[in-house]
Design a protein. Structure first.
Length: 501
C-alpha cells in the first residue's frame, strides 16, 4: 500500500463492484451512481478499496481481504475489508475483519493457515500478518511508523483477535517497511516473510510467526527503481520438472506506461536468499490498471493471483462516487520460456473461462474489416484465435462516437490500448495516454482473449505472455465491435461470448 498518501488525505479512487454486487441486477444499472460498476469483477458495496490482502483458500472458500475505507469512497484510515467466494465470480462481502487500533491503521499483508499450531493460537488457525501504520509516529518523522503485527481467527475468518505481543517485527529505522507476504518453507521448517523495504526486498524467517530473524536482502542493484517497492510475493513454480522461484514486486511510480505497476524476477531461493541471473526488467502486466497483485495461499501448486484495478496516478479522481476500486479477474500464473529466458504468463482460470456462453463465431475471414454490432452485452469475452500476424485494431464503440481501441503494431512488435476517445478522460492528464506492451511471442499468428466488463478491459495475448489491463468510462455502453486489419483478416476463429447472468 502506498504510504505517500497521508492519513486523512483526500484520495479518490476507482473501485470494483463487489460483494453481493458480483452479478449486478438490471435495476442497479439504472442508478447513475452504479453506471460504471462492473458485473463479474469484485467491488465493495460502498467506500474505498485498494490492495488485495490476506488472500487464503480454506474449506472450499476463497478469502479476499482488501485495503478498505468503509466511511468514504476515498483513501483514508485503512481497515481490512473481507469477501468470500466459492467460484471466484460471486463474492459475498463480509463484515470488516481488522480495524485500526492504538498501534495504527491496518496496511497490507497476508494470511496463512497454521496447520501445526506453530504460533500457539490453535491448530489450523487462520493467521493474518500485516503492517501497522502509525500516522502520529509518521508525522514525528522518526522512521518507526511501520511495524509488522499478527491477528488470528479460529472460526474460518469470521472473527479476529489481535496478538497481545504486537508488533512482532518492530521497525529497525526504515521509512518504507511494509506489506509482509508469508509462506511456509518446508526444507527449513520455517515461515518466510517477504517484506518491502524502501526500494528492495528483505527476507525474514520464523519458527512460530512471532520471532523473526533477518535472512537477506535483494534488489538494490537489479530491477526497476523508479519508485518505492511494495506488495511482494515469493512463489515456487514448476518448469519442466524443476522448481524456479518467482518474486513479484509492485512499484510506484515507475511503470512502463507511467504510475504504478508490478515487476517480477525469476530465480532461486534456498530458504535464506533469493538469487537471479536474469537482470532484464520484466512486467507482469503492461497496462496502466493492475497493481499490488499477490497470490492466494493454501492452494498448493495452483498459483492464482488477483490485483487492484487502478493506478495511483489518478485513483483519486476517477468518475465513480458511491464506491471506488475494483479487483482484476483472478489469474493463473505459470512459467513459459521464450528464447533463453523464463517469463510469467497470466491467463484466466477455468472458473472465469466457464462463466461465459457463446454468442457468435466467425471463421476464416477474407475482408479487412469485421463488424459485430448485434446485441453486444456490457460483460463479455472476445477471443481472436490464430490471426495471421499483421497490424490490426479492435475498436469498441458506442452510439455517441466514443471508442476504445486495442490493437497490435507489427512495425514495432507491440500491443497497445488507446482510451483517448473512450468517454470520460478529462479528470487526469495521464489517463488518455496510449499504453504500449512488448510482444514476447515470436509466433507467426496472434491470439488474444479480451475480457470486457462495463468499464474495464483485460487483454491476454499469446497465451498470456503479454497482458494489459485498462479502465475506461464511456458515457454510453460500448455496443459495437470492429476488427480492422492493415491487410485482409486471416484467422482460425473469432468468437464473442457473453457473461452468464
Amino acid at each position: 500500500m502506498n504510504i505517500t498518501k497521508k492519513f486523512g488525505a483526500v484520495m479518490l479512487f476507482l473501485s470494483v463492484a463487489g460483494g453481493s454486487f458480483a452479478q449486478v441486477g438490471q435495476s442497479t444499472k439504472q442508478d447513475p451512481e452504479e453506471k460504471y460498476r462492473p458485473i463479474y469483477h469484485f467491488t465493495p458495496k460502498h467506500g474505498w478499496m485498494n490492495d488485495p490482502n490476506g488472500m487464503v483458500y480454506l474449506n472450499g472458500n476463497y478469502h479476499l481481504f482488501f485495503q478498505h475505507n468503509p466511511e468514504k469512497p476515498v483513501w483514508g484510515p485503512m481497515h481490512w475489508g473481507h469477501a468470500i467466494s466459492k467460484d471466484l465470480i460471486h463474492w459475498d462481502e463480509q463484515k470488516i475483519a481488522l480495524y485500526p487500533d492504538s498501534l495504527g491503521t491496518i496496511f497490507s499483508g497476508s494470511a496463512v493457515i497454521d496447520k501445526d499450531n506453530t504460533a500457539g493460537f490453535g491448530k489450523g488457525a487462520m493467521v493474518a500478518i500485516f503492517t501497522h501504520h502509525n500516522h502520529a509516529e509518521e508525522d514525528r518523522k522518526t522512521g518507526l511508523h511501520q511495524n509488522q503485527s499478527l491477528a488470528y481467527s479460529l472460526d474460518n475468518g469470521g472473527s479476529w483477535t489481535k496478538y497481545r505481543g504486537n508488533p512482532v517485527l518492530p521497525n529497525p529505522g526504515i521509512w518504507d517497511f511494509r506489506d509482509p507476504k508469508v509462506m511456509w518453507f518446508e526444507q527449513t521448517k520455517s515461515w518466510i516473510m517477504t517484506l518491502a523495504t524502501k526500494d528492495c526486498i528483505t527476507f525474514y524467517s520464523s519458527r512460530d510467526l512471532k520471532t523473526w530473524k533477518k535472512e537477506s536482502e535483494f534488489g538494490k542493484q537489479v530491477g526497476a527503481h523508479g519508485g518505492v517497492w511494495e506488495c511482494p510475493d515469493l512463489i515456487p513454480m514448476q518448469y519442466k520438472g524443476s522448481t524456479k522461484w518467482v518474486l513479484l514486486v509492485s512499484i510506484n511510480p515507475g511503470g512502463p506506461n507511467g504510475g504504478s505497476v508490478t515487476q517480477y524476477f525469476v530465480g532461486d531461493f534456498d530458504g535464506h536468499q533469493f538469487r537471479t541471473a536474469d537482470t532484464k526488467i520484466k512486467w507482469l502486466d503492461w497496462g496502466p490498471d493492475n497493481y499490488a497483485g499477490v497470490t492466494w495461499s493454501n492452494l498448493w501448486d495452483r498459483h492464482l493471483m488477483i490485483g487492484w484495478m487502478s493506478n495511483w496516478q489518478y485513483a483519486n479522481v476517477v468518475p465513480t462516487n458511491r464506491w471506488r476500486s475494483a479487483s482484476t479477474i483472478p489469474r493463473t500464473l505459470a512459467l513459459e520460456k521464450v528464447g533463453q529466458s523464463l517469463y510469467v504468463s497470466s491467463t484466466a482460470p477455468k472458473e472465469i473461462e466457464s462463466a461465459f456462453r457463446p454468442l457468435k463465431k466467425y471463421s476464416t475471414g477474407g475482408n479487412k474489416e469485421l463488424t459485430i454490432a448485434e446485441n453486444i452485452p456490457q460483460a463479455y469475452r472476445l477471443d481472436i484465435n490464430k490471426l495471421k500476424r499483421q497490424s490490426f485494431k479492435v475498436i469498441l464503440s458506442n452510439e455517441v462516437g466514443e471508442e476504445l481501441v486495442i490493437g497490435y503494431r507489427q512495425d514495432k512488435n507491440e500491443y497497445f490500448i488507446d482510451r483517448a476517445k473512450s468517454g470520460e478522460v478529462s479528470f487526469n492528464a495521464e489517463f488518455p495516454k496510449t499504453a504500449f506492451a512488448e510482444r514476447l511471442s515470436d509466433n507467426s499468428t496472434v491470439s488474444l482473449n479480451l475480457y470486457v466488463d462495463v468499464s474495464s478491459v483485460e487483454l491476454f495475448a499469446d497465451g498470456g505472455l503479454t497482458t494489459m489491463t485498462s479502465l475506461f468510462f464511456p458515457k454510453k455502453p460500448m455496443s459495437q465491435i470492429r476488427i480492422i486489419g492493415d491487410q485482409k483478416l486471416k484467422f482460425q476463429e473469432i468468437a464473442i461470448s457473453e457473461f452468464k447472468k
